[in-house]
Design a protein around this ligand. Structure first.
Ligand code: BGC
Ligand code: BGC
Length: 719
C-alpha cells in the first residue's frame, strides 16, 4: 500500500473503528484463541464488547503459528475493512531457545553475539506468528534491589546504547516487509524506569533533566537511531508526571526533539494507572491525558475505547490526534507486510524445524559461556576430569535457569548443571543440600555424605526466577540464609568449594565469596545453561565475561556504580583514617566487585602504551595504544576498556566514563596492539543550560581490564 492508500483507508474508518485500533487486548478475548473469547475474572470486568474486539487493533501475548493464524482468520471474517491484527509479545532474550538474561548478555560485551541472539529470537518468534517484540529493554540501572535489573545490560549509558543498537538490528534486520524472519522492536520502558526510589518496582523516579539526558536517555535514543519501530512507556513518574501521561516526555522530547514517528504503546494498564498515581480523576481523564501526551496504543485497559469518542464529541480531544495515532498503527501494519499477507511469517511446518533447532541451541550455549563471569579463583578452576565431584545445591538439578522473562521457554528442555557436568565426567555425586529458601537437617546430612569422598564440591546456588524480574524486588540481596547455612556446613569438610550462582541481580556475596575457593556468576544462562557452565568449569571454554553492574559490598551502599561523581571530600585512599570525608564508618566506599571486572584462566599484561599527543582538538583526535599479551597457559579473550574523566567541568563530571572497549582473543604467548581514538565529540556533556558541548581543559584517560585497575594518561582539550 502507498501512503496515499493508507490515508484513504483511514478516511473510510468510522470514529469507533479508529478508536478500537488503539486498543490492545490479550489473546483470550479473541475467537479462535484457546479461550475462544470466553473470558472471566478481571478481563471480563473490563467490559469490552464483542464489537470492540472485532475492531481492535492488536493482540498481546499470543504465539504459535496455528493459534495466531486462527485468530487472524476469525478476526478478518468480521472486520469490515479487512485491517489485520498486529500480534505483539515479550520475546526478550529468546523465544523458545532461551538465551542468557540481558544482564548476562551485557557481561559478554559481545555485540555481534547479542545481535545474533536477537536475530534468532526474531526468527523463532516470527515463524510462530509474532510481529512485534516488546524488547529491547534498555533501562539504565544502579540498584540491584530492583528485580528488573536482569532485563537490562547494566549501569553504563555507552554500553547500554551499543547493546540497544545490536538488539534492534538483530530483531528488525534491514527490511521488515521483505524479511519475514524478523520482528519489529519496541524499546522500553520510556523513560528512566530503572531508577525507582528504594529499588522498589513502579516507584517514583526523581532526577534532574540533565541527569536524565546524561545517563538514562541515551540507550532509548540509540535504539531509535537504529530504526526501532516502537516505544513503550514506563510505569513511573518523570519529574512528577507518570510517563504514560507525560506530554513533555512524549510530545516534546520523543516526537519533537527526536522526531520519532512510530507507534507508542503504554505499558500494561499504565493509562488507567494515571488514576492511582493521582493525576487523573477517572478513566475519562486518564484517556485524555494519555492520548494528548502521545500514547497511541493502550495496553490492557479500556480508558480509550470507553471514553475517546465522547472526548472527541466534547472537543476535549481533537479527532486529528486520533487520526495521527491510527495512521501510525496502519503504517506499522503496512511495514510488516500485513496488508499483503495477514499471516506474515507464521508457518506451522517451519515452526517445527526452526524453533529450538540445534543451531539455535548452540548459539545460546556460546553466548551463555561468554556471559558468565568468573568472580574468584584460587587455583581450583578449571576442574580436571579425574577429580571426583560432589555437585550440591538447589540448582544442581534445576531447569529454573531461564530467568523470569521466558514465558515460552521450557524448564523441562533446559540443560541442567548436572546434565552438563555428566557430559564431562562420570564421577559425580549429587545432592540438593537445601531448597532455595529453606533447609532441613536431612538435606544437610545428605550433602555432607555426597561430599565426603569428593575431591571438589561444586555448589549450585542462587535465586529462583520469582525472586527477580517484574515485581521481584528484594531489600536483602544476600543469598537466602538456607543456602549460606549449606555453605558453612560444607566448609567444615575442608575441601575446595566452587560456587556457581544462578541469579538475576548483583548479590551481596558475603558469606559465600569468603568461603568458596572459586565463584562463577552464571546468571540465568538460558536453555543450554548447564552445558555452558560445564564448558567453563572444565576449561573447554575460558571465562571472559566482565560485570556490567557493580556488585555492592553491602546493600547499604546502594546505589553504588562506577560512574559516580567525586564530592568535595572524596575518600581517595581507603587506608587513610580521617573523619570528614564522604565515607561509611563501617564499610568501604568501593563495591565488592567493580564494573568491568571478571577473571580468566589465563593472565594478560598491558604494556607498551603509546599516546599520539597530549592534546585533542575538534579537528585532531588523540590515539592511545596498548599492547595486550596473553602471559598464561590458556587461550582467552580479554575485554580492554577505555575510560575518560573531565577534571573540571561547568557541572560536576563522573570520575570515569566508559568511552570504548575492545575484545581481543589471544593464544598463550600471543600479543596484540589495540588502538583507541579519543575525539572532541566524546568529551561533550550536558551543561547546566542542557547544551551538549565540550569545554577546554584537562582530562584523564584510563585504560585497563576493569574500571578500578587502570593506567592513567593526562591530556588537554584545546578548542
Ligand atoms: C511489563 C512490560 C511488558 C508488558 C507486556 C508489563 O507488565 O512491564 O515489560 O512488555 O507487561 O507483557
Ligand atoms: C563541618 C561543618 C563544621 C565545620 C567546622 C566541617 O567539616 O561540615 O559543619 O561547622 O567543619 O567545625
Amino acid at each position: 500500500m502507498t501512503e496515499h492508500q493508507l490515508k484513504s483507508l483511514l478516511e473510510q474508518m468510522t470514529l469507533d473503528e479508529k478508536i478500537a485500533q488503539l486498543l490492545q487486548l490479550a489473546g483470550p478475548f479473541y475467537k479462535g484463541s484457546k479461550d475462544n473469547g470466553e473470558i472471566t475474572g478481571p478481563m471480563a470486568e473490563m467490559g469490552i464488547t464483542a464489537e470492540e474486539i472485532e475492531k481492535s487493533g492488536s493482540v498481546l501475548g499470543v504465539s504459535g503459528a496455528q493459534d495466531v493464524m486462527r485468530i487472524q482468520e476469525e478476526y478478518l471474517k468480521t472486520n469490515r475493512l479487512g485491517i489485520p491484527l498486529l500480534f505483539m509479545a515479550d520475546v526478550v532474550h529468546g523465544y523458545k531457545t532461551i538465551f542468557p538474561v540481558p544482564l548476562a548478555i551485557g557481561c559478554s560485551w559481545d555485540l555481534d553475539l547479542a545481535e545474533k541472539s536477537a536475530e534468532i529470537a526474531a526468527k523463532e518468534a516470527s515463524v510462530s506468528g509474532v510481529h512485534v517484540t516488546f524488547a529491547p529493554m534498555v533501562d539504565l540501572v544502579r540498584d540491584p534491589r530492583w528485580g528488573r535489573v536482569m532485563e537490562t545490560t547494566g549501569e553504563d549509558p555507552y554500553l547500554n546504547s551499543e547493546f540497544a543498537r545490536a538488539f534492534v538490528r538483530g530483531f528488525q534486520g534491514e527490511n521488515l516487509q521483505e524479511d519475514t524472519n524478523r520482528v519489529a522492536a519496541c524499546v522500553k520502558h520510556f523513560a528512566a524506569y530503572g531508577a525507582p526510589e528504594g529499588g522498589r518496582d513502579y516507584n517514583t523516579v526523581n532526577m534532574s533533566e540533565r541527569q536524565l539526558r546524561e545517563s538514562y536517555l541515551p540507550a532509548y535514543k540509540a535504539a531509535l537511531d537504529e530504526g526501532c519501530e516502537m516505544v513503550m512507556t514506563s510505569f513511573n513518574t518523570v519529574d512528577g508526571i507518570p510517563s504514560s501521561g507525560n506530554k513533555w516526555l512524549m510530545r516534546h522530547l520523543l516526537r519533537g526533539e527526536w522526531q520519532f514517528d512510530g507507534v507508542v504503546i503504554s505499558d500494561w494498564g499504565a493509562v488507567k494507572e494515571l488514576i492511582p498515581h493521582g493525576v487523573a480523576e477517572d478513566e475519562r481523564e486518564a484517556a485524555a491525558k494519555a492520548i494528548l501526551a502521545g500514547v497511541d496504543i493502550e495496553m490492557m485497559t479500556a480508558c480509550y475505547v470507553k471514553n475517546l469518542k465522547h472526548l472527541v464529541e466534547t472537543k476535549e480531544v481533537n479527532e486529528a490526534i486520533i487520526d495521527e495515532a491510527v495512521l501510525r498503527i496502519l503504517q506499522l501494519k503496512h511495514k510488516l507486510g500485513l496488508f499483503d499477507n495477514p499471516y506474515r511469517g507464521a508457518d506451522v511446518k517451519l515452526e517445527q524445524e526452526v524453533v529450538m533447532s540445534d543451531e539455535h541451541l548452540n548459539a545460546s550455549r556460546e553466548l551463555a559461556a561468554k556471559s558468565v563471569v568468573l568472580l574468584k579463583n584460587e587455583n581450583i578452576l578449571p576442574l580436571k576430569k579425574e577429580q571426583k565431584v560432589a555437585l550440591i545445591g538447589p540448582f544442581a538439578q534445576s531447569g529454573d535457569i531461564l530467568g523470569p522473562w521466558s514465558w515460552m521457554g521450557s524448564k523441562e528442555k533446559t540443560i541442567q548443571l548436572a546434565d552438563g557436568l555428566s557430559d564431562k565426567t562420570s564421577t559425580i555425586n549429587i545432592a540438593k543440600g537445601s531448597d532455595i529458601e529453606t533447609v532441613t537437617d536431612e538435606q544437610l546430612e545428605e550433602a555432607v555424605n555426597a561430599a565426603e569422598d569428593a575431591d571438589v564440591i561444586v555448589l549450585a546456588l542462587g535465586e529462583d526466577s520469582d525472586m527477580s524480574g517484574e515485581a521481584g524486588c528484594r531489600a536483602d540481596i544476600r543469598l537466602p540464609e538456607s543456602q549460606l547455612v549449606l555453605v558453612s556446613k560444607l566448609k567444615q569438610l575442608d575441601k575446595p568449594i566452587v560456587a556457581v550462582l544462578f541469579n538475576g541481580r548483583p548479590l551481596d556475596l558475603h558469606g559465600l565469596i569468603d568461603q568458596a575457593d572459586a565463584v562463577l556468576e552464571a546468571w540465568y544462562p538460558g536453555t543450554a545453561g548447564g552445558a555452558a557452565v560445564a564448558d567453563l568449569l572444565y576449561g573447554d571454554v575460558n571465562p571472559s565475561g566482565k560485570l556490567t553492574m557493580s556488585f555492592p559490598y553491602s546493600v547499604g551502599q546502594v546505589p553504588v556504580y562506577y560512574n559516580h561523581y567525586n564530592t568535595g571530600r572524596p575518600k581517595l585512599d581507603p587506608d587513610v583514617k580521617e573523619r570528614y570525608l564522604s565515607q561509611y564508618l563501617d564499610i568501604p566506599n568501593e563495591p565488592l566487585l567493580p564494573f568491568g571486572f571478571g577473571l580468566s584462566y589465563t593472565t594478560f599484561t598491558y604494556s607498551d602504551y603509546k599516546v599520539s599527543s597530549e592534546t585533542v582538538t575538534p579537528e585532531t583526535p588523540l590515539t592511545l595504544s596498548v599492547k595486550i599479551t596473553n602471559t598464561g597457559d590458556f587461550t582467552g579473550d580479554e575485554i580492554v576498556q577505555l575510560y575518560i574523566r573531565d577534571l573540571s567541568g561547568e557541572v560536576v563530571r563522573p570520575v570515569k566514563e566508559l568511552k570504548a572497549f575492545e575484545k581481543v582473543s589471544l593464544k598463550p604467548g600471543e600479543s596484540k596492539e589495540i588502538t583507541f581514538t579519543i575525539t572532541e565529540e566524546q568529551l561533550r556533556y550536558y551543561h547546566s543550560d542542557l547544551q551538549y558541548t565540550s569545554d577546554q581543559g584537562s582530562f584523564e584517560a584510563y585504560i585497563g581490564p576493569d574500571s578500578q585497575h587502570v593506567t592513567t594518561f593526562s591530556f588537554k582539550l584545546v578548542k
